[in-house]
Ligand binder design. Structure first.
Ligand SMILES: [Zn+2]
Length: 194
């Protein structure tokens, strides 16, 4: 989560992206295509703010018994980036904005949520709890490099035939392909040599 704005009326998650060129949201394949210098480049759908919204909602209810409306936006930080959508997708242009239009968007949300649901005291309590519980996590690294978790090869690699993954059997790693056994095969996965 890049930025969280808490107000007495609603919470807003803003994921800031710096993507230059023309950004086309392709609804059929659920991906962003960046067109720049006549080159097309696909990005996995960066709308992880939607997932964060669900996580935050659950967390607030479980930890602080606070049920707050949560909105999310993807803020494109470079004003020259052109935003386009491939089909009549209603939610994407709504959620993806140039960051300079943020104030208008906040005003819009304020109108949608006119009722105070939390006090400023509760806001302080939530902020403190969020800071304490914040774990700069694995997912942030993936977001940073635009990698989806499905792209990560996990497990222990066989040192002799290089396949993934080896199986853990009686304190040994066993390769299902070449039958090689190795007690230390997990070490390269933990301490990368490069
Ligand atoms: Zn092997």
């Amino acid at each position: 989560m890049d930025t969280l704005i808490l107000s007495p009326y609603f919470a807003l998650i803003i994921e800031v992206k710096n993507i230059l060129g023309t950004l086309l949201f392709d609804e059929t394949f659920n991906q962003f295509i960046r067109i720049r210098n006549e080159k097309e480049e696909g990005f996995p759908n960066p709308i992880q703010a939607k997932r964060q919204k669900t996580q935050l909602k659950t967390w607030l209810i479980q930890n602080l018994a606070a049920d707050i409306p949560i909105e999310y936006l993807i803020g494109i930080s470079s004003p020259s980036t052109i935003l386009k959508t491939s089909a009549d997708s209603s939610h994407v242009p709504f959620r993806v904005i140039h960051i300079e239009h943020l104030i208008e968007k906040i005003k819009f949300f304020k109108q949608s949520y006119p009722i105070e649901v939390i006090t400023s005291r509760q806001i302080k309590k939530i902020s403190r709890a969020l800071v304490i519980n914040h774990v700069p996590g694995f997912l942030n690294v993936l977001d940073h490099y635009n990698i989806s978790s499905q792209e990560i090869i996990s497990g222990v690699q066989c040192p002799s035939c290089l396949i993934f993954p080896m199986r853990r059997i009686h304190g040994d790693w066993l390769c299902p392909q070449c039958g090689c056994k190795n007690k230390k095969a997990h070490l390269p996965a933990l301490f990368s040599s490069d």
